[in-house]
Design a binder for this molecule. Structure first.
Ligand code: ADP
Ligand code: AMP
Length: 221
């Protein structure tokens, strides 16, 4: 089982890099933000509870978030492991993940921090567009689709996330960075933390993450 936690502020590049790691490692990319957005689309009780927090740029309460993540990790496609993106986001979530995994005789292999200073995050988030079908991630300047407004991978239209509006971006950065620091401290204490400079181009960040995992960047036959 391989369990990798991707850490970083909103906009650091976790989703972008999780897609690369998913292809390279052959384990699913599990993003709690994506799970919440799907729950909102399907109007499930979790979605109804999460929506007001997400709209306000606040974290969804730990209880519902932890239950949702544990349920997802219990599905068959995650039996060989997963890349966790956006979880854990609080010290309580980090401790609960440790106990959940310990109960299954497992633990985190690495917690990879994609380090990007706050002043670069606003530009990344305000220029982010994602595809409607699968959430593939683009940026208006730094990571453009081949045809404007259309996903390269599945042809679906690109849309902006509701929480990528300037006011909510500011609220997210103000309210979530202290919690991120607590999670970083948690993994520093366990010895699992590796820090990668996230200001470099996407390919270089991918190479840094794979190197931290001890994996060759390109799969050889
Ligand atoms: P997160 O999942 O951490 O919130 P994303 O992966 O969605 O972050 O990336 C946020 C935005 O920044 C997206 O528009 C993405 O295309 C862009 N981006 C990601 N990594 C880089 C990078 N290394 N350099 C420039 N832009 C990037
Ligand atoms: P993301 O897609 O990772 O940027 O997450 C979008 C929003 O979903 C966040 O701003 C939070 O409101 C919520 N969210 C995602 N993951 C978590 C988590 N682990 N704990 C609490 N809230 C979360």
């Amino acid at each position: 089982m391989t369990l990798v936690v991707l850490l970083g502020a909103p906009g650091a590049g976790k989703g972008t890099q999780a897609a690369v790691l998913q292809d390279r490692l052959g384990i699913p990319h599990i993003a709690t933000g994506d799970l919440f957005r799907a729950a909102i689309r399907e109007a499930t009780p979790v979605g109804l509870e999460a929506r007001s927090y997400m709209d306000a740029g606040q974290l969804v309460p730990d209880g519902v978030t932890i239950r949702m993540l544990e349920e997802r990790l219990g599905r068959p496609d995650a039996a060989a492991g997963a890349i966790l993106d956006g979880f854990p986001r609080t010290a309580v979530q980090a401790a609960s993940l440790d106990s959940f995994l310990a109960g299954r005789g497992s633990r985190i292999d690495a917690a990879l921090l994609i380090d990007v200073p706050p002043d670069a995050l606003v530009e990344r988030l305000s220029g982010r567009w994602i595809c409607q079908f699968a959430g593939h991630v683009y940026h208006v300047d730094m990571n453009r689709s081949r045809v404007a407004g259309i996903c390269d991978l599945d042809g679906s239209p690109l849309v902006q996330r509701a929480d990528d509006q300037p006011e909510t971006i500011r609220a997210r950065l103000v309210s979530q960075l202290d919690d991120l620091q607590a999670v970083v401290d948690h993994y520093r204490a366990t010895g699992a933390l590796r820090t990668i400079n996230g200001l470099r181009p996407i390919r270089d960040v991918s190479a840094g993450l794979l190197e931290a995992l001890g994996v060759e960047p390109v799969r050889t036959a």
